[in-house]
Write a protein that binds this ligand. Structure first.
Ligand code: HEC
Ligand code: HEC
Length: 222
């Protein structure tokens, strides 16, 4: 799988998966985007300040014992979908459930849109000796293990598109943790598969050292 298109679409990718894999692909349902109603400036300023306390003033994330993801430059559709996933318990995280469960759909939309425009330098700090191996996995996948190139879905520059998240500049320990714990944190409502199902075969096949390598590579991308 080396054909990389910069104008990939979710439909094309789903067709690609159906055509290239043996597993039965789950039907992925995207909820309709909530209609944006007005959000007062004051309310918005208070909420965004709260997000910045943890995610950083420019959404750059935090590299600590408990990593906090970068939101800067992230796709609006992806952020909205994740905020709803925390609220609906499709994605389990107590901190973010408490943060998000009383946000109105209009506020969710406004917050998700806001982070799109930040562009801080990646925090870095990942082992540099893993970057070359990570780049190869990102661009070519792991054909022997049937792992599709990350670039096919996340884009050649890892900036994502719509429901496909940006990975460029994402915090190294957060990406390692996320890929390692995928099955126990995402898509947690049986019978209601969501966009997280698309990543299931990828996380199923990646080894620990492959996860670390590809996480190191994307963490340095601007
Ligand atoms: C108390 C700290 C804290 C606050 C405040 C906070 N977050 Fe978070 N946020 C986190 C942590 C920790 C995670 C990682 C959760 C995980 O590991 O799944 C996270 C994850 C997220 C994600 C998922 C990102 C991804 O790449 O999948 C989104 C979206 C998000 N937060 C948005 C917000 C917004 C919007 C606000 C403000 C309304 C906010 N957060 C406030 C700690 C916080
Ligand atoms: C077939 C398409 C596809 C492929 C191939 C793919 N991804 Fe994904 N990826 C997605 C989608 C869709 C999501 C959003 C999942 C969700 O909504 O929960 C995602 C989410 C992620 C996330 C979570 C981002 C965050 O901010 O929490 C990481 C990390 C990730 N992918 C890494 C990878 C890596 C590394 C590879 C290659 C080894 C890869 N992906 C290959 C479609 C894909």
């Amino acid at each position: 799988m080396s054909a990389i298109s910069s104008s990939f679409s979710f439909g094309q990718i789903m067709n690609l998966i159906k055509a290239t894999s043996q597993f039965v692909i789950l039907t992925v349902v995207f909820s309709a985007t909530a209609r944006a109603d007005a959000v007062s400036k004051q309310n918005f300023a208070a909420k965004i300040g709260y997000c910045q306390d943890c995610h950083g003033v420019s959404g750059q994330g935090y590299r600590g014992f408990y990593p906090i993801p970068r939101l800067a430059g992230q796709q609006t559709e992806y952020l909205e979908n994740q905020l709803r996933a925390f609220v609906e318990h499709r994605r389990t995280n107590n901190v973010m459930f408490n943060v998000a469960h009383n946000l109105s759909p209009a506020m969710i939309r406004a917050l998700a849109t806001n982070f799109r425009h930040f562009n801080p330098r990646p925090l870095g700090g990942a082992p540099k000796n893993l970057v070359t191996a990570g780049k190869k996995i990102f661009e070519d996948g792991v054909p022997d293990a049937n792992i599709v190139a990350c670039a096919a879905c996340h884009g050649p520059d890892a900036v994502g598109k719509n429901e496909f998240p940006r990975l460029a500049g994402q915090i190294y320990p957060y990406v390692v943790k996320t890929l390692t714990n995928w099955t126990s944190e995402r898509g947690q409502i049986p019978g209601k598969p969501d966009t997280s199902a698309v990543m299931q075969p990828v996380v199923h096949s990646l080894t620990k050292s492959q996860i670390e390598a590809v996480a190191a590579y994307v963490s340095y991308l601007q």
